[in-house]
Design a protein around this ligand. Structure first.
Ligand code: JFZ
Length: 437
């Protein structure tokens, strides 16, 4: 493990936007995996290079949308498993497959595609000018590199044990690319991927980490450099209980794919995304929500709509989101919640009631809170909510049960937030209900 970097900005950020952009968007095929899994040939896959033009790429428009979503960081695929760099890498990728690209030049959008430019630099500038932090996604494994063992799913080019010189050539290439990214962009976060194909020793993970820290001593690493990462990185699947690391992040697609795939129309609704988001917040995690731009650099409307809906919700409920920490442990409230850093404010998330009678109320119940509630309100409305204490025995130290009736009329279309201002830092009762505790 390296030094322990300060994770505060990351813990406070709560929402990041993941961007999978690469040549796979041209044909709308799955990112790198389509040739690896033999859904298409490698030659056909790489032919997308010739048609990747980024003609309408507007980094400021991307940055505006990311800012509007309320995200505080963004992670861009600088190079996926296909080995195509989006920045002006100086490292050359040897290939025994002639004619797919010019192997005299680096395998990047700069040298090999009609986009003919570095796409990372303008993106990083655009988001940083809006105060959004930059995360560099980088695939450690590179299926296009002739000195990398893995290529198609059912074979390897060679075994490291039989040719350590060849593996060392690959390591030099990979380490040099990480160093380029580190020094050129000084990422706030390195988001590694593909570590599963080799061991920590084989990757020389300690060196990789050191190279990341060279550009930014406070850099954070996701959990995909074996044990050298700083936080857990579950993918797509929502954890049922809180992951072990102090900070963690769920990365998730809005439809079923990371990159642009017009055949995939299985979009999550804003309601579903916000429900998942608040669930993650309550477990002390961040959501890294992915969009897959088209090859021309435009962003599909379905993704854009979800980001805008998230943004509206985040602006209205900012104090329940940014800088908050994980909420109540299980059993106190049947839903997700967050707490202010000093734990004097509790935010309960109440799912919207669809098609309900707008005259009705939702009865919220809360158990085991020893504090006095100084004030209770629905965020974004000025309406105070009465807190009724039920079942408090005057001579017992066990707290009563709190009931709060929240009128449907004031509820948010996606997720209502009930704020409880406490008389001090949170104090919980977690006993079995005996008279004394
Ligand atoms: C990885 C990538 O492969 C994927 O393309 C995407 O970039 C995602 C964010 O990260 O996802 C994985 C990781 C591991 C496996 C499959 C997909 N695996 O072990 O089969």
């Amino acid at each position: 493990m390296g030094q322990s970097p300060n994770t505060d900005w990351f813990a406070d950020a709560r929402l990041g936007i993941f961007i999978h952009w690469g040549i796979y968007a041209v044909d709308g095929t799955s990112e790198s995996w389509s040739f690896h899994n033999r859904e298409t040939t490698y030659a056909q896959y790489m032919s997308q290079l010739q048609r990747f033009d980024a003609a309408r790429f507007n980094p400021d428009a991307w940055a505006n949308l990311i800012a509007e979503s309320g995200a505080r960081y963004a992670v861009l695929t600088t190079q996926h498993h296909d080995g195509v760099a989006l920045w002006n890498t100086k490292q050359r990728t040897p290939s025994s497959q002639k004619g797919l690209w010019n192997t005299q030049k680096p395998l990047s959008t700069v040298h090999q595609s009609p986009a003919a430019r570095d796409l990372v630099t303008p993106f990083v500038q655009a988001i940083r000018s809006k105060g959004i932090r930059f995360g560099a996604y980088y695939s450690l494994l590179d299926w296009s590199h002739d000195d990398y063992p893995g290529f198609l799913k059912d074979g390897t080019r060679y075994k490291i044990a039989n040719d350590s010189l060849r593996w060392n050539r690959f390591l030099q290439f990979m380490h040099a690319q990480v160093e380029e990214l580190s020094m050129q962009f000084k990422p706030d976060l390195f988001w590694f991927d593909g570590d599963w194909e080799h061991s920590e020793n084989e990757w020389q993970a300690a060196k990789v980490r050191a190279l990341c820290e060279k550009g930014n001593p406070q850099v954070l690493l996701n959990g995909r450099l074996k044990t050298y990462g700083d936080y857990d990185t579950p993918e797509q699947n929502m954890p049922v209980t809180r992951p072990a690391s102090k900070v963690w992040e769920l990365c998730m697609t809005i439809n079923n794919n990371w990159g642009y795939r017009p055949s995939d129309t299985n979009w999550k609704t804003p309601d579903e995304v916000i429900r998942i988001y608040t669930e993650v917040l309550g477990m002390g995690g961040n959501l890294l929500l992915d969009i897959g731009p088209r090859a021309d650099g435009t962003i599909p409307a379905e993704g854009e709509q979800v980001l805008k809906a998230l943004g509206r919700w985040n602006r209205k409920h900012a104090e329940a989101v940014y800088g908050t920490r994980e909420g109540l442990p299980y059993g106190h409230y049947h839903g997700s919640s967050t707490l202010s850093k000093d734990s004097t404010a509790l935010y309960l998330f109440i799912p919207s009631v669809k098609g309900g009678n707008q005259e009705g109320q939702v009865q919220v119940m809360l158990k085991g809170i020893r504090n006095q509630v100084v004030k209770c309100e629905v965020l974004g409305t000025s309406e105070p909510i009465q807190v009724k204490t039920v079942g408090k025995i005057s001579w017992s130290t066990v707290p009563g049960t709190l009931f709060m009736a929240v009128p449907l009329a004031g509820m948010d279309e996606h997720m209502t937030v009930l704020k409880l201002q406490l008389d001090g830092p949170l104090r919980l009762y977690s006993g079995k209900g005996g008279f004394a505790d």
